[in-house]
Design a protein around this ligand. Structure first.
Ligand code: SAM
Length: 674
């Protein structure tokens, strides 16, 4: 599902206004862009008044077509701060197929000194130029969900594919006000094509408003055909007319307006039911990277978090190696896993930047060397799919590695300048400083559901903690619980080696990964490895694994570098992997309920079942990361937080579906194995 996005090609006029070279159209009024945007979008949608009327905890959602310079976003951010009560929230979803490069974004913002406090923050959080969904927390109240993609796939990625059966399935992600801002329809018909209106209608609800600078007849007619009542009002400045519109929530499309589909994109099984109340407190069982990142995300949303673990210290299990590389394998192929890895790595780059500033590791970069000619071809294909200078990944020819990693290596590969390593103990220390996060370790606990609460009982059966919302983050051990014994996760023990830095290896200054990985020295020790012992959960240290890890590094570095003599010690951890290599992140499936509600799938896999997969009350799962927890968990934490709090997920619809725990029992029912 990767798409090509192209960075904006701009011309600047004498007053410093950007114009699109491609569309031959200005981004906003060349006389007064700020006043025009305010009039056309903020005032026409009555935002100052609607923000002022928000209730405590209420989340207002804006949907914009064409992020451009971010001017509308900056104005909305300021307006929200000026008018909304302190405990209301704003989610700003915006789509952009030709994103500005960061320096262009900053150059455009120079014109608006009155917005500087916001534009400086936007520059800090502006995503790398890679396609897909980029979610950012701007402050405690406001989040930006920026989608770098073409308009049609981007809008469709926000909801299940529309059918007559699923039209009325309530979505947690609906828009309160639309800003349609995509250059003049005559100059850019693609942006206003017919295919966008069904999505706009599907994402609208009671009270949804819309405005646009254009009053073109085709736009008005299409919006009317899709449930909006339109009003023409005077345009800004010299423009005669613009439109303002309102969605009719009782409107439903004619049969002829919707094509019949029955593929997996139409499913609503992963769409969470709307919640009446948001939890104030959440308990996490397990204290690895899945729990730590989730705790931070929840705490930043004002939720109190209690982390419980059998070990006395956090990161004592698989997440607890002395140094951990932020790594995931990108691929040019299309598929959920490939999309997920790209989104996760782009998010991880932003997530760890703050921790690296706090010296919790090092943003040293990572060089992934190709292992075969086929891999070289795939890597080059990937690079060709992404914009040049995207900031996430670039191509390095064989023999050109010295500049990036300090050693001349014989293979070509991918260079990830935003990657690096973290030290789990330092990361834990930082995260646990948050006043809303509490860690209690040293007790073996089992969750039991009694009288509407989850009780965490010790081995004697005494209930030590109680909670309404519990997230199991205990990796492969989750399977030991009778309610979760169906989880198709496998233990994979992995051993890594710690070797003392020597004259040769001290030149290594970034992570190198190929047959295995080697990390630059930390406390005078280099980490290398690890091995994969599929299906094993023993923590043994094995001599043959040590030898294999050292041999792989020697082969990878292709030189006489001998690390054997400086071997110091080994460490083994056990990870949990899933059959599709995607994590399990979402509500814990109520297997009995599923067997009843989804029984029809056993007879016909295409039966439309437009309901949410049944879940156990207040129980969520966050596990199955294999050896990629540090790369994947930060984004999954935001997704899970959105599920727990009933808000907009940072993930596109197809990735929300692909992380759903119930995907496995549903697949088994379809194959008549359950
Ligand atoms: N709202 C913007 C601002 O505040 O700066 C101005 C938007 S500008 C008028 C229109 C935007 O739509 C441009 O940034 C352009 O790249 C984007 N755009 C045009 N065609 C598109 C398409 N087919 N898919 C996605 N974005 C598109």
């Amino acid at each position: 599902m990767k798409s090509k996005i192209a960075p904006a090609n701009l011309i600047w006029d004498e007053r410093g206004n950007p114009l699109s070279n491609h569309f031959e159209d200005p981004y906003f009024s060349r006389d007064n862009g700020l006043a025009e945007s305010n009039y056309v979008f903020l005032e026409a949608n009555d935002l100052p008044n609607r923000f002022a009327r928000l209730q405590p905890g209420q989340n207002f959602v804006i949907g914009e077509t064409g992020f451009g310079t971010g001017l509308n976003f900056l104005l909305t951010w300021r307006c929200f701060k000026q008018h909304a009560p302190a405990n209301a929230r704003l989610t700003y979803i915006s789509i952009e197929g030709y994103p500005l490069r960061l320096d262009d974004l900053q150059r455009a913002a120079n014109q608006w000194p009155e917005l500087k406090i916001y534009s400086d923050q936007l520059a800090d959080l502006y995503p790398l130029l890679v396609p897909g969904h980029h979610w950012r927390r701007c402050d405690e109240q406001l989040s930006l969900h920026l989608i770098f993609d073409q308009i049609e796939p981007a809008l469709q990625s926000l909801h299940p594919k529309i059918t007559h059966h699923n039209w009325q399935h309530e979505l947690p992600r609906t828009v309160d006000a639309w800003f349609l801002d995509g250059f003049a329809p005559a100059k850019n018909p693609e942006m206003w094509q017919q295919a966008i209106y069904p999505s706009i209608a599907r994402l609208s609800t009671a009270g949804t408003s819309l405005s646009s600078f254009t009053a073109a007849g085709t736009v008005r007619r299409s919006l009317q055909e899709w449930g909006f009542s339109i009003e023409k009002i005077p345009g800004y400045g010299r423009k005669r007319e613009m439109i303002r519109a309102e969605f009719n929530p009782h409107w439903i499309p004619e049969k002829s307006q919707i094509q019949a589909h029955s593929d997996k994109d139409t499913q609503t099984w992963h769409i969470p039911a709307k919640q009446s109340e948001k939890p104030q407190q959440v308990t996490l069982l397990g204290a690895g990277i899945a729990a730590m990142t989730l705790a931070l995300s929840l705490a930043k949303r004002g939720v109190r978090v209690q982390i419980l673990d059998r070990h006395k210290k956090p990161f004592s299990g698989a997440s607890g190696n002395p140094q951990v590389a932020i790594f995931g394998r990108l691929s040019p192929d299309n598929g959920d896993l490939e999309d997920f890895v790209l989104q996760s790595l782009a998010y991880a780059a932003a997530f760890y930047a703050g921790f690296w500033q706090q010296q919790c590791g090092d943003n040293c970069g990572l060089l992934q060397l190709a292992r075969t000619p086929n891999e070289v071809e795939k890597m080059q294909r990937l690079i060709n799919q992404l914009p040049e200078n995207n900031g996430l990944v670039e191509w390095i020819e064989a023999g050109h590695s010295k500049d990036v990693c300090g050693l001349e290596l014989p293979s070509a590969g991918l260079w990830f300048p935003r990657s690096g390593w973290v030290s789990p103990p330092l990361l834990a220390e930082q995260i646990l400083q948050h006043p809303l996060i509490e860690f209690t370790g040293g007790q073996e606990l089992t969750p039991v559901y009694k009288q509407g609460l989850w009780h965490l009982q010790d081995i004697q059966g005494e209930s030590l903690h109680r909670c309404e919302t519990l997230v199991i983050c205990s990796g492969f051990e989750a399977k030991n619980h009778p309610l979760l014994d169906w989880l198709p996760i496998k233990a994979v023990a992995g051993q890594l080696e710690l070797v003392k830095v020597n004259d040769q290896s001290q030149h290594l200054n970034s992570i190198v990964s190929q047959y295995t990985s080697i990390l630059p020295a930390h406390n005078k020790l280099l980490s290398l490895g690890g091995s994969y012992r599929l299906g094993e959960s023993s923590l043994d240290i094995r001599e043959e694994d040590t030898q294999a890890n050292l041999d792989k590094v020697r082969r990878m570095l292709g030189c006489d570098m001998d690390l054997t003599t400086s071997y110091s010690y080994s460490r083994t951890g056990v990870r949990a992997t899933t059959p599709d290599y995607l994590p399990i992140c979402g509500p814990a499936t109520d297997l009995d309920g599923l067997k009843l509600d989804f029984a029809a799938l056993r007879k016909d896999a295409k039966t439309p079942i437009h309901r949410t997969a049944p879940a156990l009350p207040g129980l969520f799962l966050n596990l199955g990361y294999g050896s990629r927890g540090y790369a994947y968990a930060p984004l999954c934490a935001e997704h899970l937080t959105s599920l727990i709090l009933g808000e907009d997920s940072p993930l596109p619809n197809h990735l929300q579906r692909s992380l759903l725990p119930a995907r496995f029992p549903i697949r088994d029912m379809i194959r008549a194995r359950l």
